[in-house]
Design a binder for this molecule. Structure first.
Ligand code: ADP
Ligand code: MG
Length: 315
């Protein structure tokens, strides 16, 4: 029998929705897309983002400590851990249901709480860049800056959001456990929300105030698991050059050199498409026969069949 293609999937914001009830609905569609790939004979590992969710949890915990002075503020690393568990719960549940609906009863689904080592000297700690939480108006943003000391930035013409440090992932602490589960045929959700950022202090792992980009950690996960594909599922079917301009052109295919050229020409927005293309290039370049694909969540199956999406390959 031919060896199954191993795929790491990175799920973006639209796979999860913005609120609790939205998420419960969104994961149903997400689960269908993932189980489609399993039925195509692929071995799938799931990673996901947490921008809106970690922002929401952070706001809720901040409100708690304002109401009750005995409740100290919740570190951002703990908020990421909470988001992993709660998103993992919804995804795990929806995936199990979808597998059962299609008569697949022998594939356990598990969420791994994942810590990611980051470098405490990473320059990202000095310049927060990662948007989290809901969008605000200019006035609301100003108030958040003054009241809570948040750093606020305009996000791609869609309003203002809080930005936090987003260091590069260095090491997946639980990679051994993740690998064991994957090797034994389980459907694993790992590195949720980019993983819980930690720094090494002797034998202690100290939570860091940051949110790691899920696109970068998915690349690391795919490399560590020796995956064949990194599939980044997002809100657009393809990557474009001159995105949103009259001469916009959708890309089916690009090698790493071409992708780097487009990056240097500024075609991909920082914080949205840029980390995806960078992660896709890093994975495609990391070994022979490794391919990255960026496409729409609902088109995952068509993408793996070569019918759509943007493919990024080594040469
Ligand atoms: P996710 O939550 O999946 O990470 P993001 O909103 O961060 O999604 O990034 C995807 C978005 O990037 C697209 O919906 C699109 O609006 C935007 N984008 C920016 N530049 C490009 C580009 N060159 N081609 C396609 N989409 C782009
Ligand atoms: Mg994003």
């Amino acid at each position: 029998m031919e060896k199954k293609k191993r795929i790491v999937i990175a799920l973006g914001g639209n796979a999860l929705g913005n609120t609790l009830p939205e998420q419960m609905q969104a994961v149903k569609i997400t689960a269908r897309a993932i189980v489609d790939l399993i039925q195509e004979g692929c071995e799938v590992v799931v990673a996901h983002g947490n921008g809106p969710q970690v922002g929401m949890i952070n706001n809720a915990m901040a409100a708690l400590s304002r109401e009750n002075p005995n409740q100290p503020n919740t570190p951002l690393s703990v908020c990421v851990a909470m988001s992993q568990a709660y998103i993992g719960y919804d995804l795990q549940n929806a995936l199990r249901e979808e597998l059962y609906n299609r008569g697949i009863f022998d594939m356990p689904v598990a969420t791994m709480i994942t810590q990611i080592r980051v470098d405490p000297e990473d320059p990202a700690f000095q310049s927060p860049s990662k948007p989290i939480g809901h969008f605000m108006t200019a006035e609301q943003a100003k108030e958040a800056e003054e009241k809570y000391g948040y750093v606020m930035k305009e996000d791609a013409g869609r309003g203002y959001r809080r930005v936090v440090a987003s260091p590069k992932p260095v090491e997946i602490i639980e990679i051994g456990a993740i690998r064991s589960l994957v090797e034994s045929g389980q459907l694993v959700i790992a590195c949720g929300g980019g993983g819980i950022p930690v720094t090494l202090q002797g034998n202690h792992l100290k939570g860091a105030s940051a949110v790691i980009d899920k696109d970068f950690v998915s690349n690391l996960l795919a490399q560590e698991l020796d995956a064949d594909f990194l599939i980044i599922l997002t809100a657009v079917e393809k990557v474009a050059v001159n995105f949103g301009k009259p001469d916009e052109k959708w890309i089916d295919d690009m090698n790493c050199d071409k992708a780097r050229q487009y990056i240097s020409e500024g075609h991909f927005a920082p914080g949205s498409m840029l980390p995806k293309v960078e992660a896709a290039v890093a994975f495609a370049e990391s070994g022979e026969n490794r391919t990255s694909l960026i496409t729409l969540l609902e088109k995952a199956k068509d993408g793996i069949l070569g019918k759509t999406g943007t493919r990024i390959h080594q040469a």
